[in-house]
Design a protein around this ligand. Sequence first.
Ligand SMILES: [Zn+2]
Length: 177
Amino acid sequence: MGMPPVTDIVDLGQLGLKPGGGIRFEALVPVGEFVFGAQRYVLRTDPVPVTIDISRTSSGNVIRVRTSNALQGPCMRCYGDYTMPLTIDHKEVHEPHLDDELASDYVTGQDLDLGALVRDAVGLSLPTSISSPVDENGICTDCEQSAEQLAKLRDSEPEPEEPPLDPRWAKLRELEL
Ligand SMILES: [Zn+2]
């Protein structure tokens, strides 16, 4: 078994599938970087090894893309280096003859734009905040921080406040005096 080919466009017609038929194959799909705010995020493995299942329906296709990967970039909480595990399992329906709404944006004629499909599937799977889980002290458990960043975090921690004195104790204190 050699390496799967790097693929971004698949010709659905060339697959020669009959209605009810299906095919599974592996491909390496180039995805590229993501930018949020001014921060750049990349996948640990890119081109991304993807398992693709294409089923032929009576008049269209169902395309399933699966991959396990990880997104690498700055944690949005502490700016340390963070690697977020990522599991993608996305199903795309292309039934242009049934309904315009069911025509996939990723299929033009017979060409499936696998690159765009996988990239968007990754994008859709991302949480709004790309940040590590935290421990009971609110410190990221999975980030690698420089000594400088750690010092900054420590400085910015609020001082614990003195609990307000119970007025009854205040009275007692006065009496003791
Ligand atoms: Zn963090």
